[in-house]
Write a protein that binds this ligand. Structure first.
Ligand code: KG4
Ligand code: ZN
Length: 343
């Protein structure tokens, strides 16, 4: 089956074509970063309008990349939640219209399920079961994944997501949007030993996260220390290490609690090189396999949506509900795919 997948839940328009036997045959993406950067964050109305502009040309580009015509598609998948309502509506309306025109089934995909299963786009992915650490701008989740639709959320952020904490701290340091990569670059020049910030919620049991206090701690340290603003790199390094250390401690706790030795890190913060180095050296000693989808599949993309759509449509599932979009949607509500669970 050839499935086209659309992603428009936030500030990236992604379109991809996935063949359920042969894998990915096309994957195109447009990032809105330059559009939103002058405002210091995503402006939902501008995001929706830009998705409208880009979705048709990207669909054409994906067909060209795959060397296909629209009539060869067997199904249409689209992110229908969670995300920005207006942005989701653009993709969902286009995708549903396309499915109706072609007379093929449509399936609405959960954006986070896309991130959870993105490793399946890679040849060497370690297989089920695994613990997934999803660290993006909107979410920080620890999920036990036993198969497709077999998800148990073990922990999540009670306030800011890890990427959001990076972005807000970067903004306070005057680094602009999106701040994560900029703060990470600045932190590389800093001294990690100068500021040691707390590792929030690690000194009590449980797998939830809280990152909002860290940004306040970082900015207070910067303001109260003589030498401002030259110390910004040291503050960035201390902040980054606190986030990474907290994530590492919770991952280790989740793996031990669940008796698993496979960890998959997904979402934009998974692109952080310091996080990758820290996790690699730490978990290797514990016999834990850490796997990252390639960076373009870690951040938002259409490929993960086409993949999930393909897996679910092939199993006979398709959209029957009346809801067009689901801006709020729990992962644990998703139907399991029979026979997909690992050993
Ligand atoms: O998964 P993603 O592309 O989008 C969603 O939020 O769904 O994640 C984007 C987030 C942003 O907060 C961005 O600042 C952060 O990932 N990010 C990073 C790095 N690259 C992206 N955070 C820290 N270090 C990085 N190198
Ligand atoms: Zn995402």
């Amino acid at each position: 089956m050839n499935i086209v997948g659309f992603e428009s839940s936030c500030d990236e328009t992604g379109v991809a074509i996935y063949n359920t036997d042969r894998g990915l045959s096309a994957h195109v993406l447009h990032s809105q970063v330059s559009l939103h950067s002058q405002y210091g964050g995503v402006v939902p109305e501008l995001a929706s309008r830009d998705h409208v502009r880009k979705i048709s040309p990207l669909f054409r580009a994906a067909l060209d990349q795959a060397g296909m015509e629209a009539g060869e598609l067997d199904g249409v998948a689209c992110t229908v939640g969670p995300g920005l309502a207006g942005a989701l509506l653009v993709g969902a309306s286009a995708a549903k219209g396309l499915a109706w025109t072609l007379g093929v089934p449509f399936i609405g995909v959960h954006h986070m399920e896309g991130h959870l299963l993105a490793p399946m786009l890679e040849a060497g992915w370690p297989g089920f079961p695994f613990i997934s650490l999803l660290v993006s701008g909107g979410h920080t989740l620890l999920v036990r994944v036993d198969g497709i639709g077999h998800y148990r959320v073990l922990g999540e952020s009670v306030d800011d997501a890890a990427g959001e904490a990076f972005d807000k701290t970067a903004k306070m340091l005057g680094l602009g949007y999106p701040g994560g990569p900029k703060l990470a670059a600045l932190a590389e020049q800093g001294d990690t030993g100068r500021f040691r910030f707390a590792r929030p919620m690690t000194n009590r049991p449980g797998l939830d996260f809280s990152f909002s206090g860290l940004k306040t701690a970082a900015i207070t340290a910067l303001r109260d220390t003589p030498g401002y603003p030259e110390l910004a790199a040291d503050v960035a390094a201390g902040f980054q290490d606190a986030v990474i250390d907290t994530l590492r401690i919770k991952c280790e706790r989740a793996l031990r609690q669940e008796g698993l030795t496979r960890l998959i890190v997904a979402g934009g913060v998974g692109a952080n090189q310091r996080l990758r180095r820290t996790f690699k050296s730490h978990f290797a000693k514990q016999g834990v396999t850490v796997f990252y989808p390639r960076i373009e599949f870690c951040t938002d993309n259409g490929a993960m949506i086409a993949l999930v759509g393909g897996l679910r449509l092939r199993a006979g599932q398709c959209e029957t509900g009346a809801a067009i979009i689901r801006p709020r949607w729990s992962l644990e509500e998703l139907p399991a795919l029979p026979g997909s669970a690992g050993p």
